[in-house]
Write a protein that binds this ligand. Structure first.
Ligand SMILES: Cc1cc2nc3c(=O)[nH]c(=O)nc-3n(C[C@H](O)[C@H](O)[C@H](O)COP(=O)(O)O)c2cc1C
Ligand code: SF4
Ligand code: FES
Length: 566
């Protein structure tokens, strides 16, 4: 517990007089030191950053990893989303709570542990997964955790992720966390010495690269729009929030190729005329955060980032921001609010980020994987990138495969590969008999076994009413109760809805209630679910509400008997 105001003030001394965007780092500082954010701490932060206390409470209560009440020495977050649900996460949660004589959300009587249920931790290939935050120390991921003793001892480290597929662009070569292995940003050097910013944008446009964060927006076009706005300054933001259940490819890029991410950001900055960038990492990725922190320090020390990079006129630096457990903060405008030190509520669009983004200034925001594709394009040219994939899905694409396959992991595929080949050849086959594949994560759609000859391209998946989304592929065999999967998905959206607009706030609650009684549905539930789903899709303010019913609606259309269809 924060003992004396003096200790707190000392902890917060580096934050005094900083701008409001230092709020998230200041909250992390306190949360890590004390395990929770007390009223005394809120007062001290309010004094340091000159933010009203009420607004700080508003931010603290928004995030699931910040606590306002004392917690145990260790907080154990156990994921119970679909991939972990399949691998016994509920049993693990029950057993851990029973051992300590507590309920989920409570702290053991001796104050050692707090156990909490968590949304997807981005470790789905190692399910069941947990995250342990220790008071006064860094957090760590533990997975797979099939044993309560090892969980409480915190000794189940993540085993290496299977990385496979074609590995031509993003995952080519060995992993290279250090600059010495990665090299001195050859693509950035080439751009600075030989290409003007317009040429870099032109090359990215010609490459056909589209965003890998889910919306598939053309990257070159986004950069051109941003560059064209005369208002200054311009910002680059890397979206490393990756909280879509079933998606973990960005984690693997951050952990194994941090300099590729940083070089991609620097190239974006050079192209759009920015001198400042932010990299926003989800709070549940402590290892990725540490890796990128080290890489950033290395790049700054080598003058690959910072003032007058490589002796040129181009200056660009990056700040890291760690989120604190809120899926909605992956939505680009909510992410800006979060960096700015406010609650992560999405903004109305338009205006779009390219004209009014971070701090109200023109901003290019891109997904980790999108940015990682850029150094290759700049170095080898758009035609090189276009040799992979199809006209509308050029380059390679990462997919995160979890669930019932022999080798779950991250695969770099050349779009055009069929889902069947991905599962059978790359992932070693389905364990058991295939029942369904959820493509695109919680906001995605289900495919039946007779649909897996679909080619994995944006256009082929759209043509059958599906989505590539962020590249999540979750596989369920015949032993899985799909109602249980739908319950977990509905619970996820109900939990993650930010509550700013009614269709989503109320719709996700009603959807969960109906899905929870699927074993004994009331007359009219089938129609009710469809009505709620359509209302959310049509009337919600942001992409979360617009897609919160996608998986449920696709399950209803493919297995109407699940909800007692008429
Ligand atoms: C609820 C919600 C969550 C999102 N989460 C992420 C995320 O974790 N990572 C990401 O890159 N994009 C996410 N997006 C998409 C972003 O809003 C944005 O489109 C993306 O960062 C743009 O980058 P891209 O063009 O490179 O894909 C999310 C969107 C919504 C609606
Ligand atoms: S759709 Fe949902 S998540 Fe998006 S603003 Fe509305 S309530 Fe918030
Ligand atoms: S880590 Fe559990 S579902 Fe992703």
């Amino acid at each position: 517990m924060p003992d004396a105001t003096g200790t707190l003030d000392a902890l917060l001394a580096p934050y005094v007089e900083l701008q409001r965007d230092a709020l998230l780092p200041a909250l992390w500082e306190v949360q890590t030191a004390y395990g929770y954010i007390s009223p005394l701490a809120v007062r001290a932060i309010s004094r340091a950053l000159r933010i009203p206390e009420a607004e700080i409470y508003g931010v603290v209560s928004f995030y699931s990893m910040f606590h306002q009440e004392p917690t145990g020495q260790q907080i154990i977050h156990i994921c119970t989303d679909p991939a972990c649900g399949l691998k016994g996460a509920d049993d693990l949660l029950r057993a851990a709570c029973a051992r300590l004589g507590i309920q989920p959300g409570e702290t053991s009587p001796d104050g050692s542990y707090t156990i909490r249920r968590s949304s997807c931790l981005g470790l789905c290939e190692h399910a069941p997964a947990a995250l342990i935050s220790r008071r006064g120390a860094d957090a760590r991921s533990v997975a797979p955790v099939d044993d309560v003793d090892r969980l409480l001892a915190g000794d189940a480290g993540p085993r290496p992720t299977v990385i496979g597929g074609e590995a031509r662009v993003l995952l080519a070569g060995e992993q290279c966390q250090r600059l010495a292995e990665y090299g001195d940003y050859a693509a950035l050097r080439h751009a600075i010495q030989h290409l003007d910013p317009d040429r870099v944008i032109g090359e990215v446009e010609k490459s056909g690269l589209v965003g890998r964060g889910g919306a598939a927006f053309p990257t070159g076009q986004k950069w051109r729009f941003t560059r064209q706005v005369s208002e200054q300054p311009h910002y680059v933001v890397c979206n490393a929030d990756e909280s879509e259940p079933g998606t973990f490819k960005d984690r693997v890029l951050l952990e194994t190729r941090p300099h590729l991410v940083l070089e991609g950001m620097a190239l974006c900055a050079y192209a759009i005329g920015a001198s400042k960038g932010y990299l926003f990492v989800r709070g549940e990725y402590p290892e990725a955060y540490r890796t990128i922190q080290d890489a950033l320090a290395e790049a700054q020390a080598a003058n690959l980032l910072g003032k007058q990079i490589m002796g040129s006129e181009f200056s660009f630096d990056i700040e890291l921001r760690r989120s604190a457990g809120a899926y909605i903060c992956g939505e680009e405008t909510a992410l800006f609010e979060a960096i700015e030190g406010k609650r992560g509520y999405p903004r109305m669009k338009p205006p779009f980020p390219t004209s009014q983004g971070l701090f109200g200034k023109p901003t290019a925001i891109n997904n980790v994987e999108t940015l990682c594709a850029v150094p290759g394009i700049v170095r080898h040219g758009a035609d090189w990138f276009r040799q992979f994939g199809t006209e509308k899905s050029s380059g390679t694409k990462l997919v995160s495969v979890s669930g019932h396959v022999q080798r779950p992991g991250v695969y770099e595929i050349v779009p055009g590969l069929t889902l069947r080949r991905l599962l059978e050849e790359y992932c070693g086959g389905v364990t058991g008999t295939l029942q369904a594949v959820l493509m695109g994560g919680a906001a995605g759609t289900f495919l039946k076994p007779d649909e897996i000859d679909v080619r994995l391209t944006f256009e082929d998946l759209w043509a059958i009413g599906g989505t590539f989304g962020s590249g999540a592929v979750m596989v369920f065999n015949e032993r899985v109760d799909l109602r249980d999967v739908l319950r977990r998905l509905a619970r996820f959206f109900q939990h993650e809805s930010c509550g700013k607009c009614f269709p989503c706030q109320l719709g996700t609650q009603r959807q969960l209630e109906i899905v929870e009684r699927m074993d004994g549905p009331l007359p009219g539930d089938y129609q009710r679910l469809r009505d709620i789903g359509l209302t959310m899709s049509e009337a919600s303010l942001c992409g979360l509400g617009q897609t919160a019913a996608a998986a449920v609606l696709s399950a209803l259309s493919k297995w109407p008997e699940l909800v007692g269809a008429p």
